[in-house]
Design a protein around this ligand. Structure first.
Ligand SMILES: O=C(O)C(=O)C[C@]1(C(=O)O)C=C[C@@H](O)C=C1
Length: 391
């Protein structure tokens, strides 16, 4: 007869092990902070992908002897390394900008508790501040106004999404603000259909959604019959309304994590057109920041060339000549000047670098308007992969 297994006892053992794992994670984090300090002294870059690869190969080999598959070991350690790099970057940034090191920050974002902007703000500041004073806003213009007036320290704005593209309204507002972009964060967007009460998909008659999630879930929504869409100012508004109505015919498009704050449950998960759905958010402040040299930086420029033929090409050639990688180019109409465009250019370079300074000087000759929107650390840490023959 097989031995009777006591579930509670096994779970107790797992709980103890999980706590030990957390203690080890914290110890590793503390060590990587010392690595950052040594890199400051030696002026070495934070990222060392050769070291990451060696580390992963060794761990995969050792994992196999313990019965752990390569995929699992790789994904766990890629997450640990991402945390390590972001933490080291945040430490270097605090040294480069001692004035921004404060325990409490105030942040304006779109919607209320539970919106994607709320989640992005909390994730961004989780390694940078002890406390966040939240200011939920009804629209993007309010967010900028609150930062400009000094009511809050920062504004979090979504700027692009992997499935619905650039958020034009935010680009247009950036034309007229004196604020600087001081950071970015990419937030996974995992749209679910959330409900306040136990129900089924065939009973749903109304879906509350913000325009962006609505556009990103169009394939799923097209398949639903007899459903009315109620547009809301934000995902959080949509969730608050559904939570209040407690109606089995009403659902909301939002994240499971955000929905939990309103006691909403996921009726359907992963309903976005693209499975890999991410939004990039930018953080704006009244004062620009310096980016430490050991950290990969991005600089955002905005420029207008007038209607001179080939002027934009000239500007881009300058970047090419200086070996500066352009990672984004967006154009928007200029209000009151028909057929003239404002160009938004993101480059992977530090504003302090000689190459970018020279490039900006030369580009200025081809433009009738140019402004630096900000220089900030690149927050996206692309994972290091292990060659398949090493696995
Ligand atoms: O060993 C280093 O140089 C570190 O910064 C630590 C670490 C890690 O967490 O293991 C993190 C980033 C580097 O790209 C390589 C490794």
């Amino acid at each position: 007869m097989s031995e009777i297994l006591d579930l509670n006892e096994i779970r107790q053992q797992i709980t103890v092990l999980d706590q030990e794992l957390l203690t080890l994670f914290a110890k590793r984090r503390a060590l990587t902070l010392n690595v950052a300090k040594s890199k400051v002294q030696q002026i070495r870059p934070i990222r060392d992908q050769q070291r990451e690869q060696e580390l992963l190969v060794r761990l995969i080999k050792h994992g196999k002897t313990l019965g752990l598959d390569a995929h699992y070991v790789t994904s766990v350690f890629q997450t640990i390394i991402e945390d390590s790099v972001l933490n080291q970057q945040a430490y270097l940034q605090s040294l480069a900008n001692p004035n921004i090191q404060v325990p409490t920050v105030s942040v304006a974002f779109l919607g209320n508790k539970g919106s994607y902007s709320y989640l992005a703000s909390h994730r961004y500041f989780s390694r940078r501040a002890e406390k966040i004073i939240e200011s939920g806003c009804q629209n993007f213009a309010d967010i900028l106004q609150q930062v400009e007036s000094g009511q809050v320290d920062y504004g979090m704005l979504p700027i692009e999404n992997t499935s619905s593209g650039s958020i034009n309204e935010v680009y247009d507002l950036l034309q007229h603000t004196n604020l600087s972009i001081v950071g970015e964060i990419t937030q996974p967007i995992e749209h679910c259909l959330l409900t306040a009460v136990n129900t089924s998909l065939d009973k749903i008659r109304t879906i509350y959604a913000h325009g962006q999630p609505f556009a990103q879930c169009s394939n799923f929504l097209d398949k639903q019959k007899n459903i009315r869409i109620e547009y809301c100012d934000s995902t959080a508004d949509a969730m608050a309304q559904a939570s209040e109505l407690q109606d089995e015919t009403i659902a909301v498009i939002g994240s499971e994590e955000g929905g939990q704050l309103y006691q909403l449950h996921a009726l359907e998960k992963s309903i976005a057109n693209q499975r890999e759905n991410h939004s990039r958010f930018i953080l704006v402040a009244r004062k620009s920041v310096e980016v430490a040299e050991q950290i990969p930086a991005k600089t955002a420029l905005i420029l207008a060339t007038g209607q001179k033929a080939g002027a934009l090409v000239e500007c881009l050639l300058v970047l090419k000549e200086k070996g500066i990688n352009m990672c984004k180019l967006e154009s928007r109409p200029i209000q009151g000047r028909p057929w003239e465009e404002m160009f938004y250019i993101d480059v992977e370079a530090n504003l302090k670098s000689f190459a970018l300074q020279e490039a900006i000087n030369t580009i200025t000759q081809h433009t009738n308007f140019i402004k630096v929107l900000g220089c900030y650390p690149i927050e996206h840490i692309s994972p290091t992969n292990v060659p398949s023959d090493e696995i």
